[in-house]
Design a binder for this molecule. Structure first.
Ligand code: AMP
Ligand code: MG
Length: 443
């Protein structure tokens, strides 16, 4: 065992590649369309129908023969009224028009629509009130105007949504528009969260907080990690709090292996005497042949990390990735964002990729000491008046200072060295909303 001084720090990129090695998308399932938001489509959806299915009007007005309106203003005889959903029984002959509402089919004979705003209705003048009257068309109608051709959104036989697409609300609408009520998607990975620590006090089921005894602190990682998983579109599974014993950690993990696709644990992966997560994942990973890596990542915060692959007990014997995240509240979230999330995204059907980052400039200096590690500094990223993003460190950058994380919407990637001067360009992993620019927003 190398002592603390000879500890080998593994570069973040190498750890990310290791974590992603062997990660495969979960086998596709059929899912009701309305449950599939955020899931990744596993097969092209080809439409067998034209959308729209028939020529219809884009505007309220009168269906006419364009040729009849060339000398506008002209008067035409109204021979019918068509609402959306009605099928036209009569056609439009010479000198005739049919009043037509948005979405109604274009009647036979008509080739254009005079919008209602450019017409004047003339009441029936034969006195019996039974006719539909006449209409004065004030401007010539151009053939094809205000018509929606069949297939002008999607043609029958074309790919409506390609495989690999993460379904947005608009995609859900497109799939409904082609009648795809069931879709073939990669399921949302079920990700378990187990926290460890004898010092931790949970919130009571009714939401009340018990008094803290000496040495105790409130448990927060489970809440934060479960919420993060839900935010990222995964099915979060609460595996509870395990005491700092080998038996408790083993017992806490067991149900997860049959009910989850991946597991996150927090705490117990450092060099402390009661750090049993490392011991348990080490033993289980080694005996299962899935492999285990006890790592010191060249990263601050979030240096300690265990990655293990444990066999599922759901009968498939596939290997589940298990991430032993560090217990410090900021470290666990940073480790998730930088290392676990890319793997969970692959399970969900996304292509393997490091966490995406965006260019920004340092709104104030981001200083650090050289220490062989990449620092991920919690920053608030905002739009500047010059159209660039400005990143400013939040206050409270130690790994227990969760408030400093909560005030941030990004992690500035600060490579080993002495950091960035104000105005220097850098990359930020953005994980929260960026406020729209207001006049005061120039940071
Ligand atoms: P560990 O990684 O278990 O050595 O924990 C590192 C630090 O994080 C310690 O100060 C723990 O008390 C704290 N910690 C660990 N787990 C949690 C948790 N679930 N919620 C809040 N703090 C935690
Ligand atoms: Mg602990």
């Amino acid at each position: 065992m190398p002592g603390h001084d000879e500890e080998i720090l593994v570069p973040l990129g190498e750890v990310q590649r290791l974590a992603l090695s062997g990660a495969r998308p979960l086998p596709p399932v059929q899912m009701p369309l309305d449950e599939a938001l955020g899931c990744v489509l596993a097969a092209d959806v080809v439409t067998s129908e034209d959308v729209p299915p028939f020529a219809n009007t884009a505007m309220d007005g009168y269906a006419v023969r364009a040729v009849d309106t060339a000398g506008a203003p002209v008067e035409l005889q109204v021979v019918g009224v068509l609402g959306a959903g009605a099928a036209s029984i009569v056609g439009v002959g010479p000198g005739e028009a049919i009043q037509i509402m948005t979405g109604a089919p274009i009647p036979a004979g008509a080739d254009g629509v005079a919008i209602v705003e450019r017409t004047e209705a003339i009441a029936d003048d034969d006195g019996d009130g039974g006719g539909l009257g006449r209409v004065r068309i004030l401007e010539p109608v151009v053939a094809g105007m205000h018509l929606r051709a069949p297939g002008s959104d999607l043609r029958a036989g074309s790919v409506a949504v390609p495989a690999g697409t993460m379904l947005s609300p608009a995609h859900i609408g497109v799939l409904a528009s082609v009648g795809a009520g069931l879709v073939t998607v990669h399921p949302r990975p079920r990700v378990g969260v187990m926290v460890t620590g004898d010092e931790l006090v949970e919130l009571a089921a009714d939401g009340s907080a018990l008094p803290l005894a000496p040495g105790q602190i409130r448990e927060s990682n489970r809440h934060a990690l479960l919420a993060t998983l839900r935010r990222d579109g995964f099915a979060a599974v609460d595996l509870g709090l395990a005491a700092d014993t080998e038996e408790a950690v083993t017992a806490g993990l067991e149900p997860a292996l049959g009910a989850c696709d991946a597991v996150l644990t927090s705490g117990g992966v450092s060099k402390g005497a009661f750090d049993y997560v490392k011991v348990v994942l080490g033993k289980l990973g080694a005996s299962a042949g899935g492999g285990v890596h006890e790592l010191s990542v060249a990263l601050r915060p979030a240096k300690p990390l265990v990655i293990s692959w444990l066999p599922s007990t759901d009968g498939t014997s596939r290997l589940l990735p298990v991430f032993g995240l560090p217990g410090n509240p900021v470290s666990s979230l940073v480790s998730y964002q930088a290392i676990a999330l890319p793997v969970l995204r692959v399970l969900a059907g996304h292509r393997p990729a490091a966490p995406p980052s965006v260019p920004a400039v340092a709104a104030a200096a981001l200083r650090r000491q050289p220490d062989g590690k990449t620092h991920l500094i919690r920053v608030q990223v905002r739009w500047r008046a010059d159209g660039r993003l400005g990143a400013r460190a939040t206050s409270g950058q130690m790994s227990h200072q969760l408030a400093g994380m909560a005030a941030a919407n990004g992690l500035a990637i600060v490579p080993d060295g002495d950091g960035f001067a104000e105005g220097e360009r850098l990359e930020v992993i953005v994980f929260g909303p960026i406020e729209a620019m207001t006049e005061e927003a120039d940071v």
